[in-house]
Design a protein around this ligand. Structure first.
Ligand SMILES: Nc1ncnc2c1ncn2[C@@H]1O[C@H](COP(=O)(O)OP(=O)(O)OP(=O)(O)O)[C@@H](O)[C@H]1O
Ligand SMILES: [Mg+2]
Length: 307
């Protein structure tokens, strides 16, 4: 079951999605599995990457036993790359790169290891890559999130998850801004803008970008352009009450008003006991219960998202 995926098609640059959200246990892995399985079922070559190195469990969502090859192989043998540890799954068009037994958590992944990992993600042979992130807003989690072409944040209708999602979004925005500023070599401009923060009325990340634009229009415009592409999608998971469905819209409005960040509402997913039943049977919800509310809601999200 865990032999490497056979490579048949020519290398086409994959489109990379990252799934995060700050809080643990909100359904990032369940949704990553559901979305990837749906696209794989439509004939797209998908690879799921378990970047939750401290608590990797994507293989369990797919009903696979403990994988033979994991990301830890890369650190033991630097001549190996991600393609070498790509595993076939029981599902057609769906590969897995497992973080299980990685023996190190994301927090102590070294900078060069992270850069190498991120570079290799983009050279995998697939149509879509889905990076399932661990909980939290550590730099290593954020760096995978902002490196992806698209980000999805999973939130549940609970005060702690909502709070963590805002924190995650703000932290990811600033992390990306930092990268853009470093690449453009305009650190001094940012420092001087932040020195006069009170006078300039900088309250949100977007206020800062506007101030940079005012001080140096051409650098500001480049920063603005780079940051405009930061527009993660939001999935509200474990919805039980009708009013919970509005949470996504309310949060998107608040992100725009208070952080100045455009967040796209990707959809909501109902709480469904069949998710746990499938997990207990070591089978993905979408294959065991294709007509479940969870499967229907995930398919609707896939239909709505732009691929
Ligand atoms: N819509 C849902 N209905 C019912 N149960 C759900 C739903 N979504 C997720 N779950 C369950 O919630 C639990 C946590 O889900 P999951 O492991 O996907 O969360 P996570 O965000 O990846 O957690 P971690 O941060 O620990 O990796 C699992 O038992 C899963 O089966
Ligand atoms: Mg998870």
């Amino acid at each position: 079951m865990t032999r490497p995926v056979p490579v048949e098609k020519p290398n086409i640059k994959p489109h990379v999605w990252a799934i995060g959200g700050g809080k643990g246990g909100v359904g990032k892995s369940a949704l990553t599995t559901g979305i990837a399985m749906t696209l794989a079922g439509q004939g797209q070559r998908c690879v799921m990457i378990d970047a939750d190195l401290g608590g990797a469990n994507l293989h369990t969502f797919l009903g696979m036993s403990s994988p033979e090859h994991t990301i830890s192989d890369l650190f033991r043998d630097p001549t190996k790359n991600l393609q070498d540890i790509l595993l076939a799954t029981p599902f057609e068009n769906l590969g897995l790169i497992s973080g299980a037994r990685a023996m190190l958590n994301v927090a102590n992944l070294k900078h060069f290891q992270k850069e190498k990992l991120i570079r290799q993600v983009f050279s995998l042979e697939a149509d879509y890559i889905f990076i399932d992130l661990g909980a939290g807003s550590s730099f290593n989690v954020l760096d995978f999130f902002i490196a992806a072409h698209n980000g999805l944040m999973v939130v549940t209708p609970t005060p702690t998850s909502i709070e963590n999602t805002y924190h995650f979004l703000r932290a990811a925005y600033f992390r990306k801004l930092r990268h853009v500023i470093r690449d453009l070599k305009v650190e001094a401009l940012v420092d001087s803008s932040l020195d006069d923060k009170e006078k300039s009325g900088i309250r949100s990340p977007r206020d800062l970008v506007a101030e940079l634009r005012r001080r140096d229009p051409s650098a500001g415009e480049e920063i603005d352009r780079a940051m405009m592409s930061f527009s993660p999608g939001l999935i509200v998971n474990q919805v039980q009450r009708h009013q919970d469905r509005n949470l996504g819209k309310e949060m998107a409005l608040a992100c725009k008003d208070f952080l100045g960040i455009d967040v796209t509402m990707a959809g909501s997913v109902r709480t469904d006991e069949q998710v746990l039943m499938a997990l207990n049977s070591r089978r993905p919800t979408l294959s065991m219960f294709p007509q479940s509310n969870f499967a229907k809601d995930v398919r609707q999200i896939v239909q709505k998202l732009e691929w």
